[in-house]
Design a protein around this ligand. Structure first.
Ligand code: AHM
Ligand code: MG
Length: 346
């Protein structure tokens, strides 16, 4: 386990201070990335404040979707999407954005300057869980633009995960947490609502060596390949090699990933080969698999599509889906081995 730090007033480290400290390691840094991360933390605080009122908002919106002020009540995922875009469209830090909610890239409005970074995000992942008061999350990835100037392009967005500058997520759970990596370890911050700041609570997270849980939607097992079925048998101790791992599955990626990161184990959403709806799995390479793989890599774990590191994949499309196996390296490599033995011969 990675125990959270306890606080005295002397050791409070806000996310802003942490980002600034990290920046000192890069004398060439201009502070633009620091400011961008701070904007994302602000977006997280705003979305957290809205999601925690979701039940009330739903009741207000249930009549005819008009709230007491006579305004249209937005669905929370639209609100999160709009919040992240609007907080970043005018800052001059971003060349282009792309969101899981939109078919095409999101250009910066012409009246504003463009900048050197590219922001890809899933504004509110797992939003089908909102009605059940289960945790949901925002996932983001930042890259340097590859185009030279002016409006950013699709090519700016289609970069391999290994080129990422920062990967992060915000988990709206029993508390709100922001976890990020800029390639110098993985660090977790907890929002203290009384002061409205993210404070460093989980410095330098390392995935524990001893895996505790496996996490998969076992309800879809009939769609799985032989390799994935045999790998799951292995995790359940059926071949006698290991003691069975416990199963946990929320169905909300950020929450399932966060538990895997802190407790050790593996999360996977495999290709549902026999289901025409999800032949390459459900999760998106750009908005979900890549940032979480980057964070896991920086915490000492590994992520694969069953054949190769997720971070090596060169994306071809904005909304490309990919099988994802992420967690302790030895388990993810075991999944690759089962897939190699049972599936690749087919
Ligand atoms: P979404 O991007 O539409 O919210 O879907 C992604 C979510 C993930 O949070 C979660 O891991 C997965 O869908 C759960 O899917 P399933 O219900 O098929 O297990
Ligand atoms: Mg999603």
């Amino acid at each position: 386990m990675n125990p959270p730090v306890s606080y005295t007033t002397e050791n409070i480290i806000t996310i802003e201070r942490h980002i600034l400290e990290e920046q000192k390691a890069h004398p060439e840094a201009t502070g633009v990335l620091t400011a961008l991360l701070y904007d994302l933390a602000l977006a997280g605080k705003y979305i957290a404040s809205r999601t925690s009122r979701a039940g009330l908002m739903d009741i207000l919106g249930a009549t005819d979707n008009i709230n007491v002020q006579g305004e249209q009540v937005m669905k929370l995922d639209e609100l999160a999407d709009e919040t992240i875009y609007r907080l970043n469209d005018h800052t001059g830090r971003i060349a282009v954005m792309a969101s899981e909610e939109h078919a095409d890239i999101l250009p910066i409005p012409e009246k504003y300057e463009t900048g050197k970074y590219v922001l890809l995000f899933d504004p509110l992942d797992g939003s089908s869980n909102i009605d059940f008061n289960a945790p949901i999350g925002t996932i983001f990835a930042i890259y340097r633009r590859v185009s030279s100037e002016g409006a950013g392009t699709l090519a700016d967005c289609l970069q391999a995960g290994k080129e990422m500058v920062v990967g992060g997520y915000i988990l709206y759970g029993s508390s709100t947490m922001l976890v990020y990596s800029s390639g110098n370890g993985t660090h977790g911050f907890t929002l203290d609502p009384s002061i409205g700041e993210f404070l460093l609570s989980h410095p330098n997270i390392r995935i524990p060596n001893k895996p505790k849980y496996y996490s998969v939607n076992q309800g879809y097992a009939i769609y799985w390949s032989e390799g994935v079925k045999k790998f799951t048998d292995y995790l359940q101790g059926k071949d006698g090699t290991i003691k069975p791992l416990s199963l946990r599955y929320i169905g909300s990626l950020v929450a399932d990933f966060h538990r895997t990161l802190l407790s050790g184990g593996i999360f996977y959403y495999p290709a549902d080969k026999k289901d025409p709806k999800r032949p390459t799995g459900k999760l998106r390479l750009l908005y979900e698999a890549n940032p979480l793989s980057f964070i896991m890599d920086q915490a000492g774990g590994y992520a694969s599509d069953g054949h190769q590191s997720i971070l090596e994949i060169i994306p071809e499309q904005l909304h490309q889906r990919v099988p994802l196996f992420v967690g302790n390296r030895e388990l993810v490599e075991k999944a690759e081995e089962f897939i190699r033995i049972y599936d690749d011969k087919e």
